[in-house]
Design a protein around this ligand. Structure first.
Ligand code: MLT
Ligand code: MN
Ligand code: ZN
Length: 298
């Protein structure tokens, strides 16, 4: 299986258009690499490609990726569909960029499909350009993707998008995906949105060779210190921090044989700077931050 990191920043990207925090300012000056909003592509055969989330940056991301180039026919594309981990704007809005693409399949959990029908009504809108196949991703036996991949979805949190008026607080709003290549046995866990370390997640990681994990915030007080924000508490509740006793880095240390990569980095996150002490701590613990466009073979 090939996995290409198309985007590795959280909502808004890095730098964020309306942010002049110290990190964004350094990025504007060319001192730190910009990052686009989180999205990845997977393929079992190098011909049929599936996107994990569809970020608003998906057009630029696809154009920058030779494996996703259109052809051989004038309207052919190797992109067969999209697997959504949730209904957040930064993960779903790229679908509008792909409007009109013939017979695309979109997999998501039921609350996500419902939100994209009613609250952010992309589904009806997109089907008027070209009918797509909207599929429930959560069947316990999983589903097969063209190219030799087997996928299972795993509910990881009940964090609903802010735009949903009265969300069911217990619904499985956010999933992680386990994608396995039957031919190689390689398995990827894709979990860019973790509110807490979920029950059963250690078992899921134990069944994988590589994990792409929520790295939104390095520390629990990050939003309050990097930029003053009334939303700080609410946002942090939606993303487990990397550092600290309850953080993801300590939990990932229980899986030394697993390739552990952070994605969905917020513009406030010191991991955006390779020379930061935070980045050094992540490397010492055996986890990685990769450049956009990086490819993994599992
Ligand atoms: C999140 O990851 O918490 C959301 O995507 C926030 C946002 O709306 O950008
Ligand atoms: Mn996000
Ligand atoms: Zn910033």
């Amino acid at each position: 299986m090939r996995v290409i990191l198309l985007g590795t920043a959280a909502g808004g990207g890095f730098p964020q258009w309306n942010c002049a925090c110290a990190l964004c300012a350094r990025c504007h000056r060319g001192e730190l690499p910009a990052r686009s909003q989180e999205c990845a592509a997977v393929s079992g055969n190098g011909r049929d490609w599936w996107l994990l989330n569809a970020s608003p940056d998906v057009r630029t991301q696809i154009l920058a990726t030779p494996a996703l180039a259109p052809g051989p026919g004038p309207r052919d594309t190797p992109v067969r569909g999209v697997l959504l981990t949730d209904a957040e704007v930064d993960h779903a809005l790229g679908l509008t960029v792909m409007r009109g693409s013939a017979s695309l399949a979109v997999y998501a959990a039921t609350p996500v499909l419902d939100a994209l029908t009613a609250d952010l009504p992309l589904r009806g809108l997109l089907d008027r350009y070209a009918p797509w196949q909207w599929r429930d991703s959560t069947a316990p036996s999983g589903f097969e993707l063209a190219g030799g991949l087997t996928v299972t979805a795993h509910p990881v949190s009940a964090k609903a998008p802010k735009y949903v008026g009265s969300p069911d607080p217990d619904a499985p709003w956010v999933s992680a995906y386990r994608v396995e290549d039957a031919a190689t046995g390689g398995a990827l866990v894709y979990a860019p949105c973790l509110a807490t370390w979920p029950d059963g997640f250690d078992d899921l990681l134990a069944s994988a060779s590589c994990a792409l994990v929520d790295g939104t915030f390095f520390s629990a007080d990050e939003l309050g210190t990097a930029v003053s924000s009334e939303d700080a508490g609410q946002y942090l509740m939606g993303h487990v921090p990397v550092a600290g006793p309850g953080g993801s880095l300590a939990a990932l240390a229980r899986h030394p044989g697993l390739r552990r990569i952070y994605t969905h980095l917020n513009n406030t996150n010191p991991l955006l700077d390779r020379s930061s002490s935070a980045s050094a701590a992540v490397r010492r613990a055996g986890a990685e931050i990769l450049a956009e466009g990086s490819e993994l073979v599992l």
